[in-house]
Design a protein around this ligand. Structure first.
Ligand SMILES: [Mn+2]
Length: 252
């Protein structure tokens, strides 16, 4: 077997929308991707919006996603380390994946260092200039009061409301994002600000739903890992370089 040394990054599968069938197709693709990478993966980072909606009650989790969860369990049991980031769609992950998959759950950013390379990783929501309404909403949704109140609703009602809401999102309606020019890419702006204070070789985000690889300085790049409705895009770090890649591009 090949030596396991790579770190893989993917996000924004948005499983659950727009229909069960479409979501299953995507879930099957993600499972094929996990099979494809498992022989040389040391770690897999799922950096948010894996589920279009997720909420964990004390004793109940949402139905579905059984193939993905089974495959992740297989990888975890074979020694691959899993890290989940909370996205804006699935911020209500608590300890289920920690308990079942031995995964680490990250709420905000995570900085990793390998071979002298520094990587800054974040889902990408609520960063950079503007968007103060969203930032406020995010604080409220993440508050224990809000979570406690939501958990008091019967799951059929709570998840029912959430499903209705998420079906209105751009991604659920098959909208492809467009590049706005480097000067308008807020995550590039935010990354450049961070670079003033400390060095990072790579910034890796999701959330933008657009695969991007932008040079920020002579030794820093901003990689956005896109989404899996139109792109099947992911990134891989081999200990030296981060590369943006596409899975089963011929089927898109
Ligand atoms: Mn997303």
């Amino acid at each position: 077997m090949q030596e396991r040394k790579k770190i893989y990054f993917a996000s924004d599968f948005h499983l659950g929308v727009p229909t069960y069938e479409k979501s299953r197709e995507r879930e099957d693709r993600v499972v094929r991707w996990l099979d494809f990478i498992k022989s040389d993966a040391a770690e897999v980072y799922l950096i948010g919006d894996i589920f279009d909606f997720w909420f964990e009650y004390k004793t109940v989790v949402p139905k579905g996603y059984i193939r993905l969860l089974g495959k992740l369990a297989e990888l975890a049991d074979s020694g691959i380390k899993l890290t989940f980031f909370k996205g804006n769609h699935d911020m209500w992950m608590f300890d289920y994946f920690e308990k079942e998959l031995g995964a680490t759950i990250i709420s905000n950013e995570k900085i990793i260092e390998h071979n002298g390379k520094r990587l800054y990783i974040h889902h990408g929501d609520g960063l950079g200039p503007g968007d103060s309404f969203y930032k406020m909403l995010k604080n409220f949704f993440r508050s224990s009061v809000c979570q406690w109140l939501f958990a008091r609703l019967h799951p059929n009602l709570g998840i029912g409301i959430a499903d209705k809401w998420s079906r209105g999102s751009r991604i659920a309606n098959d909208k492809k994002e467009e590049f706005l020019g480097e000067e308008n890419e807020w995550l590039a702006i935010y990354s450049k600000e961070l670079l003033q204070k400390e060095h990072f070789d790579y910034f890796i985000y999701g959330h933008r739903h657009l695969p991007l690889d932008i040079k920020l300085s002579a030794s820093s790049r901003y990689i956005n890992i896109g989404e899996w409705i139109h792109f099947n895009s992911y990134a891989v770090f081999d200990g030296d370089n981060v590369e943006l890649k596409y899975f089963e591009k011929e089927n898109l």
